[in-house]
Design a protein around this ligand. Structure first.
Ligand code: GLN
Ligand code: ZN
Length: 761
């Protein structure tokens, strides 16, 4: 009986890699320093797995930035603008592709499936010359071997690599990227050859695209690729690893018929249907890597339940052909619970981070061969039981209220154009009203005030007066700039989800539960462990204080339920929508309290609505239905004269535009920095949009200050497609990462542009 880990977090338990990377990028430490920290991290991870008794330990799952970029480096597919020539890609070219350099911007980054991890998108075309240009996989294999640990080198599989690529600039959009298979396979063969020569007996190809909606041509590419690799792969055992969902029936057939493959890995947590496919048609003689330990969440495994699943699989594939594994790489979970001394003991007993998941995998594998660690299993089942019955998890009133929402509908009684009329009577805004998205620059001083208040180093009075002073400054600035609808600037918030999570019941926070988002960036998602409720108002104090400082409308500023859900570790003991409905009810109470307190414009950010979209189209409708419903629940009870705004952090919503309209917000502001065309094309194609809309008129992700003319130009382009009376003028997103030196002139130009156009309309 054996155990396998698909992949492991690379940042380190205290984000050691992050700090080493950033210090290297800042020129504060050398390449050798960075390499040393990295080698130490790899060694300790391998040792940890080896000590735990894991049989198939992965290597090459470490990365200085991202494993897809590593594959681009392996293949030598460096876009020509980075001027690379040579034999082995070094840090300078590698990090230029990842982050750009003084003269060339970075390559594009996009989300890795439905996770919050982002990868660097390969740019390919007919002219790319592929050559073996990074020996990282082989080097890491040898490195582990020199430590006495025989590992399974992991490569992004050739077909998934191509399916995740995009045509390079200047290459036809329709360029058949899969036609490059013949050109990249020779490099894969070289890598395989070297790995074999170094002594590797297993190799893992990650082919997660197999869980997507693929057509028959795409599926055939898998057959073609592995047939082509078959002879190189003789003498080495191949695992094809899939994750994040179940493998659809046709893909399952293709996958399990691939020649020369010894074993297949499946996500049995998210891929519940895969179990049936395995039961009915798993090929005999092949090894099943059964991903029963969840790599996407922080919950302790229900070991008894997993054991039952594994025992039934044993009956199908045979005792010696079953390997216990994780559902996907542990990259997507937090690193080690050991570093959470302050976390509540009971809650802690319900959790398992990456380090603990390794132990779970091993314990399950041992239990299957009759070496069950009774103590470990009984502690686990006691924790499972306490989680089920704990009063901290269960709040009957909330459960009842949320259950009643299912199947119901919530809509404001009046349609949006009538509401906008009623609101305009009250607000009396000019055409092309100007506003911002919420946050203003977060200064070092502000962070200090928040930190010291949290640590009880300054009194509540001191804290309140500092924050009020800051709000006052931001209000005065906006009045001076002559912005029409103001914000308070969010100085009291460290993070738009954490701020609410800290005030809601049912949320826990970690000290070191970081998960890599991209490059050196990590996020620390809150843990939703129980029924969610709002003990008391969360934002009314600050919003009313801010409103009292100005006669102009001050936006109440909330994070929406779907975004709170999508940016947290969520419960696995109830469906996502149920948790979302609970959060929606809490936010609804807040919206209504703000309205009662005299706030007439309320923004409910749904920055991450799109992020929760399931991987396969067939499941989109169900998700969008409850997500949009949750948003409407928050504000369906307000008066016509209360104006509800929402904000979204992406422009690509062409495919979900009808759901966005169905949110029935009065005004939506959206990121639009990179392409007016894409966003506007939706409306040009005839989609009717009657609510207010503010496509961002400048990119806040860059320090660049846009000129009045440039902004006016963009607004004009929007006016060509959208009705004058629904268009709002605002930046792309919140301003918290910018400096005042950038924000002031940019907003000045934005307001001038709006005023200029008003005179021309
Ligand atoms: N109101 C938030 C802010 O301005 C929105 C942030 C976001 O969309 N990510 O910071
Ligand atoms: Zn945003």
């Amino acid at each position: 009986m054996a155990s396998h880990i698909v992949g492991y977090p690379r940042m380190g338990p205290k984000r050691e890699l992050k700090f080493a990377l950033e210090s290297f990028w800042d020129g504060k430490s050398s390449a050798e320093d960075l390499e040393k920290v990295s080698a130490d991290l790899r060694a300790s991870i391998w040792k940890q797995m080896s000590d735990a008794g894991i049989k198939y330990i992965p290597s090459n799952t470490f990365s200085y930035y991202d494993q897809v970029l590593d594959t681009t480096a392996m293949l030598g597919a460096v876009p020509s603008r980075y001027n690379w020539s040579g034999t082995e890609i070094g840090f300078s070219t590698y990090f230029s592709m990842a982050r750009g350099n003084a003269s060339v911007p970075a390559m594009e980054m996009t989300k890795w499936f439905d996770t919050n991890y982002h990868f660097i998108v390969p740019e390919l075309g007919p002219d790319v010359k592929f050559s073996y240009s990074s020996h990282k996989a082989v080097n890491e294999y040898k490195e582990a071997k020199s430590l006495g640990i025989d590992t399974v080198p992991v490569l992004v599989g050739p077909v998934s690599y191509l399916l995740l690529s995009k045509p390079a600039k200047g290459v036809e959009k329709k360029f058949p990227i899969l036609s490059l298979l013949d050109k990249i396979l020779p490099v894969y063969k070289e890598v395989i050859g070297e790995l074999k020569a170094a002594g590797a007996s297993w190799i893992q190809f990650d082919e997660p695209t197999l869980v997507l909606d693929l057509d028959s041509h795409q599926l055939e590419s898998f057959t073609k690729a592995y047939a082509e690799l078959e002879s190189s792969l003789s003498g080495i055992n191949v695992i094809i690893e899939t994750y994040f969902a179940d493998v659809p029936a046709a893909a399952f057939k293709t996958l399990t018929s691939l020649p020369g493959v010894a074993g297949f890995g499946f996500d049995l947590v998210r891929g519940s249907k895969t179990l049936d496919l395995i039961k009915s048609e798993f090929p005999s003689g092949k090894t099943l890597f059964a991903g029963v330990v969840d790599g996407r969440n922080i919950w302790a495994n229900d070991l008894d339940a997993s054991l039952i699943t594994l025992q039934s699989l044993e009956g199908i594939v045979g005792k010696d052909k079953l390997v216990v594994s994780t559902s996907c790489s542990l990259l997507h979970t937090a690193v080690d619970l050991v570093n959470e001394p302050k976390l509540d003991k009971e809650i802690k007993s319900w959790l398992a981070f990456a380090a603990q998941k390794i132990v779970e995998v091993d314990a399950l594998a041992k239990a299957l061969i009759g070496k069950k660690n009774e103590e470990f299993f009984s502690a686990n089942s006691a924790a499972q039981a306490s989680r089920k019955s704990s009063p901290r998890v269960n709040n009957e009133a909330v459960q009842k209220a949320a259950a009643a929402l299912k199947g119901s509908d919530h809509r404001r009684a009046t349609n949006v154009s009538a509401r906008l009329d009623a609101q305009q009577k009250k607000l009396n805004l000019p055409i092309l009203p100007t506003t911002t998205i919420g946050s203003f620059p977060q200064t070092i001083e502000l962070r200090r005030v928040r930190r010291e208040y949290k640590a009880n180093k300054i009194s509540e009075e001191e804290y309140i007066s500092s924050i009020k002073e800051e709000i006052n400054k931001v209000v005065k600035l906006q009045e001076d700039l002559d912005i029409d609808v103001l914000v308070h600037g969010e100085p009291e918030r460290n993070d738009m989800v954490e701020y609410f999570g800290e005030q809601l019941s049912g949320f826990a926070f970690t000290a070191n539960g970081w998960v890599q988002s991209y490059g050196s960036r990590c996020v620390k998602p809150p843990i939703i462990y129980g029924d969610v409720s709002r003990p008391k108002p969360m934002t009314v104090f600050w919003s009313t204080a801010a409103q009292s400082m100005t006669k102009r409308p001050m936006k109440g500023m909330l994070t929406g339920p779907v975004t709170i859900l999508n940016w947290s570790f969520v419960r696995n003991d109830q469906p996502r929508f149920e948790t979302c409905y609970q959060i929606a009810l809490a936010i609804k109470d807040e919206v209504e309290d703000l309205e009662k307190a005299g706030i007439t414009v309320i923004q409910i950010d749904e920055a991450a609505l799109r992020e929760g979209l399931p991987l396969r189209k067939a499941e989109h409708a169900f998700y969008l239905d409850w997500a949009v419903h949750s948003f409407r629940i928050t504000n369906s009870g307000v008066q016509d004269t209360t104006q509800i705004h929402t904000h979204m952090c992406y422009s690509n919503f062409n495919d979900i535009i009808h759901s966005i309209i169905d949110m029935d917000a009065d005004v939506i502001t959206i990121e639009n920095s990179r392409s007016d065309e894409k966003l506007l094309s939706v409306f040009r194609e005839g989609v009717k949009y009657g609510a207010g809309i503010g496509p961002g008129v400048y990119d806040i992700h860059s320090p660049r200050i846009p000129s009045t003319e440039e902004i006016a130009d963009r607004i004009n382009k929007m006016l060509a497609v959208l009705e004058t009376n629904i268009l709002w003028v605002n930046p792309d997103c919140g301003l918290k990462t910018r400096k005042y030196g950038e924000v002031k002139p940019a907003l000045e130009n934005m307001v001038s542009a709006a005023k200029l156009l008003r005179t021309q309309l």
